[in-house]
Ligand binder design. Structure first.
Ligand SMILES: [Zn+2]
Length: 183
């Protein structure tokens, strides 16, 4: 039987802690978190890099966690209202291992809050493998290129917001997972 319910795809990342598509509308979350993170960026030879969390002011860490929790609540409440499944893009293991305890901790905090809030309110969270969702064109399915905030598809000759493109691919993948029962 085909899945006919609603899906809220969630792409997690550093630029936007969460990018979702809610009733066709793309939403970018986490501007407040980025404002705090920017205070802890330092210039390195190979570009910018984030100061490890243990060197942050405790009140800044606390504020990032508070905001991550607030974003998680908003998304879960939307899912309750729309009776939607949350499709959470799950970064590959190698990515986790490289980033997890370092610059990626605000995302970890967000994901934990999202899961526990969803569990508390009976919202289903589907884990969607994220591999290739950032390199695939959400319009034609071709392999394209992610250049930071922009995704470029040479087949369509278009440039899209890269987080929105990934969120659309997560939604498509979730839909086929739900249709084929492969979860
Ligand atoms: Zn394309």
């Amino acid at each position: 039987m085909a899945f006919s319910g609603r899906i809220i795809p969630v792409d997690v990342g550093m630029r936007n802690i969460a990018t979702t598509i809610e009733n066709g509308e793309t939403k970018f979350y986490g501007a407040g978190i980025n404002a705090i993170r920017r205070r802890y960026m330092e210039q390195k030879e190979d570009g910018k890099s984030q100061v490890p969390a243990e060197f942050w002011r405790p009140e800044d860490r606390k504020e990032v966690r508070r905001q991550a929790r607030a974003v998680a609540r908003v998304i879960v409440e939307k899912a309750v209202k729309d009776r939607a499944v949350i499709a959470l893009g799950k970064p590959s293991r190698s990515y986790f291992e490289a980033q997890w305890n370092y610059a990626y901790w605000p995302v970890q905090s967000f994901v934990q809050h999202l899961r526990s809030r969803a569990r508390a309110l009976g919202v289903r969270v589907l884990n969607v493998p994220e591999a290739e969702t950032s390199q695939t064109c959400s319009q034609c399915g071709s392999h394209g290129k992610r250049l930071g905030a922009v995704f470029v598809c040479y087949a369509c000759q278009i440039a899209l917001n890269s987080d929105m493109n990934a969120a659309k691919n997560i939604a498509k993948r979730a839909e086929s997972m739900l249709n084929f029962g492969a979860f």
